[in-house]
Every structure is written in structure tokens, then in C-alpha cells.
Ligand binder design. Structure first.
Ligand code: GSH
Length: 280
């Protein structure tokens, strides 16, 4: 598998780099960003935190705005941020060009519906193809954690719940906690997965958590001044699911914070420390 380096910059004693590669799962060129802390080297592989971004984002938003590098360098963690959808010639988009479906809005599912199924295989890309690529090409261990924001916060929870042996911990900011019951999720799941709601359940974190009493330790932060809180995010549904099953979830409501990267940058250090503690 050939990786093409797109950019490279030293930061916090380590390196921020972007690469593109031809992905099998999504059948198109995919770009990702990686932060390698100063400790990382052939004789010192480091664990990886995967970061899944939200609607409208690319691999760049988190790396530019979260302010995560100093803490990741201190803790010796690599961070990998994939794109939020397939892109390029021939990749279908929302016919209306809206921001919440199609390009920039892959929802980390494997689409079954045309014209999306050919490229929108983000679940397989994030769970299988990207970690295999990272572990074959960079000085990292197979210790993994996963985090994300909004659509990506949901993606992180859903992927960790479905793959407990692959991730030692999961954290999320402002996740779309119950996608089968909010407008963003219903639109995306109808478009990518079709009308059969039984198929949707495998991609819904609240429904998955309801039936699991064990799995990767989960931390969720949610701002109470987030414009999307009531209509789209519904963290109380996730809390209720954890209560019902006994799942190890800590949900923190954070007073005054909105949906933006200002919120993420305020608590990202704590999320990285949460992961580092569980890597041991
Ligand atoms: N554009 C949408 C919201 C999109 C949005 O808030 N995206 C979040 C993720 S859900 C984000 O991270 N945006 C990019 C950024 O802040 O850098 C709107 O205004 O309603």
C-alpha cells in the first residue's frame, strides 16, 4: 500500500503529517492526518488514539483547532484523524448538496443503498483498513483508543461498542447519541441504509449500549449551551441506556459550552489522559 505524504510539520517536539492513499474499502483516494509524539520511533512504538470528526469536517479540523499536541506529546500518544467521508470524482453527494449527508457526512456506516454503497464504506475503513495501514507504516503499537465529536463522537462510541477487543477506551464530545431518533441520524441512515430500521440498530450507540454491560470504558462530555443538544444529540438517552445495562459510561454536562472546537480544546487533555490511563 503506497502512502503519499501531503504535508509535514514539526509541532510540540513531534510531527504532524498528512498522507493520502488509495483505499480499498471506500474505493477512492483517502487522506488522513497523524500526529507522532517525540517519543515515537522504531524502537519505541506508541499507542494510537483515533479521532473521528463531525459533519463538514476533514482530517484537518481537529488537528488545527483542538490544541491536542502538547498533551499527546507529554503522554506519548499518536493521534490519527481520518476524513469524514469518501471524496473525489464519481463519489455521490447529497442531491441537494446539504452539509449533513453525503460528502463530509459519511456517519461511519457501511452504506447499502445506491448510489452510496460503492464508496461510503466508512465503518470498514475506520475499523479495519486504516488501523492496519497505520500499524504497518508508523512506529505504533496495536494499543488503540477512539474519540470523536458530534457525528464522530457517535461513530467512536458505536465502533467501540461493536469492537470491544480493538479499543481499550472511548471518549466523545457532543455525540449524536441516538441517531435513529434525531433528524441528522434518520436522514443519514435512511439514505445510506434504506428504510429497514432493523438494520439501523447495529449503528446506534444508545441501542447498542442498552444491551451491553461491559466494554471499553466510556467518557462523554456535553456542553449545556450546545444549539444541537435537544433536537439532535440527546445524551440523556445514552445515559439511560448505560443505567439500564450497567455499561461503564461517565457523562459530564459542562456548563456554558457550545458545540464548537472551543469546547473540545477545553477538555481534550482530559480525554487523552483518560485513554493513556487505560493503555497502562
Ligand atoms: N454547518 C452546520 C453545523 C456543522 C457543525 O457544527 N459541524 C461541526 C461538527 S457537527 C464541526 O466540527 N464543524 C467544523 C469546525 O468547527 O471546524 C450548521 O451550521 O448548522
Amino acid at each position: 500500500m503506497t502512502l503519499t505524504k501531503v504535508s509535514s510539520a514539526k509541532v510540540a517536539g513531534g510531527w504532524h503529517q498528512q498522507f493520502s492513499h488509495s483505499a480499498t474499502s471506500t474505493a477512492c483516494a483517502m487522506r488522513f492526518a497523524i500526529f507522532l509524539p517525540p517519543q515515537a520511533g522504531p524502537n519505541n512504538p506508541v499507542p494510537v488514539v483515533y479521532w473521528l470528526s463531525g459533519l463538514t469536517c476533514t482530517d484537518e479540523n481537529f488537528m488545527q483547532k483542538a490544541g491536542a499536541f502538547k498533551k499527546a506529546a507529554e503522554l506519548g500518544l499518536a493521534i490519527v484523524a481520518p476524513d469524514t467521508s469518501p471524496r473525489g470524482d464519481g463519489v455521490a453527494d447529497d442531491p441537494e448538496g446539504s452539509y449533513d449527508f453525503g460528502l463530509g457526512a459519511g456517519f461511519y456506516v457501511n452504506a447499502t443503498q445506491q448510489p452510496f454503497a460503492k464508496h461510503y464504506q466508512m465503518y470498514t475503513y475506520v475499523v479495519e483498513e486504516l488501523p492496519a495501514l497505520i500499524e504497518a507504516n508508523f512506529p505504533v503499537t496495536s494499543q488503540r483508543a477512539i474519540s470523536g465529536h458530534s457525528m464522530g463522537g457517535h461513530g467512536a462510541l458505536m465502533i467501540a461498542l461493536r469492537n470491544p477487543s480493538l479499543f481499550s477506551s472511548v471518549t466523545a464530545f457532543s455525540p449524536i447519541a441516538h441517531p435513529t431518533e434525531c433528524p441528522w441520524g434518520v436522514k443519514a441512515f435512511t439514505g445510506y441504509l434504506g428504510e429497514d430500521k432493523k438494520i439501523w440498530t447495529q449503528y446506534d450507540s444508545t441501542l447498542l449500549m442498552q444491551n451491553k454491560s461491559t466494554g471499553p470504558a466510556a467518557l462523554v462530555d456535553q456542553g449545556d449551551a450546545d444549539n444541537f443538544l435537544q433536537q439532535q444529540l440527546k445524551p440523556e438517552h445514552l445515559q439511560q441506556a448505560a443505567k439500564q445495562s450497567g455499561y461503564p459510561l461517565t457523562l459530564r454536562m459542562q456548563a456554558g459550552y457550545d458545540h464548537s472546537y472551543f469546547f473540545i480544546s477545553s477538555f481534550i487533555d482530559e480525554h487523552l489522559a483518560f485513554h493513556a490511563q487505560r493503555f497502562g
